[in-house]
Design a protein around this ligand. Sequence first.
Ligand code: FAD
Ligand code: NAP
Length: 344
Amino acid sequence: MKVQQQADLTALNTFGVTGTARQLFEIESEQDLPELPSLQPEQDLVLGGGSNILLVGDVDGKLILNRIRGIRLIDADSEHVLIEVGAGENWHSLVCHALKQGWHGLENLALIPGLAGAAPIQNIGAYGVELAEVLESVRAWDWQQARWVEFTNEQCELDYRDSLFRREPRDRYFISSIRLRLMHDFEPRLDYTGLREALAAKSPSAANVFATVVALRQQKLPDPAIQGNAGSFFKNPVLTRADAESLLQQHPLLPHWKLANGHIKLSAAALIQAAGLKGYQHGAAAVSDRHALVLVNRGGASGAELWQLAQQVQTRIRHQFGIQLEPEPRIYPGTLSSELQISE
Ligand code: FAD
Ligand code: NAP
């Protein structure tokens, strides 16, 4: 385990926000975990690739970086393979590795930044596929009880950009590995119009779906290596049918989708764009002019500036559409002082 004092956080979060952690621990094997003093919620922080977090303050306690590697074939039958993936494996490299091996199911999830251990935290999803469909189980260290625990897929309570691990008590579990059940045969998943249209002239092979997802993402999303961001900053709001019908009467052009449970999902990007906020700037923080759902650091933005921008967007959408947008990335620290609230 590597340990560092007063560590610089700038390269450890994809927003590129500056900050320091009093102590940094780099976990490279499961044996390191029982040796660490227990995590203090609200103060200490676990990070993978830092692509789903907004740091609004320094880490006054311990920053624990998950760097446990390894991909292992556990079992195989005529239809499936079961693999175990160290939580510190890069997610996109895993997708590439699976494709090369002929293990299918991850193609639509190509090019999602971050590490495998964070994938269950918000049940990562893209182009109509979620981790929930391939996740077999999660192995984690329980800080509260100082013991190893295993969660089945069902026990993870995976939902739209949500899971047991995002809820209270947050940070109780440190995920060390995940098991995925992948398929030998490829079944293209082309529910999303954008993906279907982009593939129209090609055969829907695994390699073509993977390459098309990569190309679409490169075209549409700002690259965090060039312009700091954490992907979609807000979740798509989900309304009851009655609430959605009344909103759509006033705003009939808003894109929306019916979910399996009868609720209606709206596009947060479309709401922000309709409010005229695409490209809106607050100091060095801005709503991306390429994608309305992405907040970007145009250079030197502080975490507080980005959070103020996010709150301005929330306020405008609440006033215009009566909808409270919920941030998707973690906002750290979790209990933010009221001085950051923007008056309405
Ligand atoms: P981090 O940001 O390091 O951590 C996120 C949260 O998980 C934090 O609360 C952290 O404490 C916790 N955590 C991390 N690792 C562990 C662990 N081992 N044990 C316990 N807790 C842990 N997300 C999608 O779902 N779909 C997308 O299509 C998508 N596209 C994106 C595109 C861009 C350009 C960017 C920047 C982000 C995108 N994201 C997307 C968000 C993000 O990439 C994912 O949520 C990813 O899974 C985060 O991984 P990470 O390792 O960077 O997590
Ligand atoms: P897109 O394909 O232009 O679609 C815009 C929005 O419409 C998305 O938010 C998507 O919802 C929704 N949508 C489109 N077709 C749908 C369908 N058939 N059924 C239900 N919902 C539909 O989206 P994009 O912005 O270019 O992103 C493409 C995919 O990558 C999306 O799935 C998106 O979630 C994912 N992505 C996620 C992040 C992140 O940080 N979380 C960042 C970039 C991209 P969903 O978002 O619910 O899928």
